[in-house]
Write a protein of this length. Structure first.
Length: 99
């Protein structure tokens, strides 16, 4: 499953957990309150893990793009240079969206 889906699932899980926690607190049900806290924390961890994975992919994309550009500089192949620029740009966008 992609990192965007994992981040979304984590956010939904956090919201459900917080709602369960509030409901438990309002009704005096400590078990439900604790379950809600646990679910919210699980969602937070899922979201943060997905963000970290996305940042890792961004670094790989940027490094790959730079390598393609270096090869293009040696070979003079403009197509490879363009693909390298595209890969670097893709990595930069991914890095910005994974904050």
């Amino acid at each position: 499953m992609g990192t965007a889906k994992q981040r979304l699932k984590g956010t939904v899980e956090q919201a459900k957990g917080r709602a369960k926690e509030v409901a438990g607190r309002a009704t005096g049900n400590t078990k439900r309150e604790m379950e809600g806290r646990a679910e919210a924390k699980k969602g937070e961890i899922r979201s943060e893990t997905a963000k970290a994975a996305s940042r890792g992919k961004a670094k790989v994309e940027r490094a790959t793009g730079k390598a393609k550009r270096a090869v293009a500089d040696v070979t003079g192949n403009q197509g490879t240079r363009a693909r390298g620029n595209k890969t670097v740009a893709k990595g930069k966008v991914r890095a910005k969206t994974s904050r």
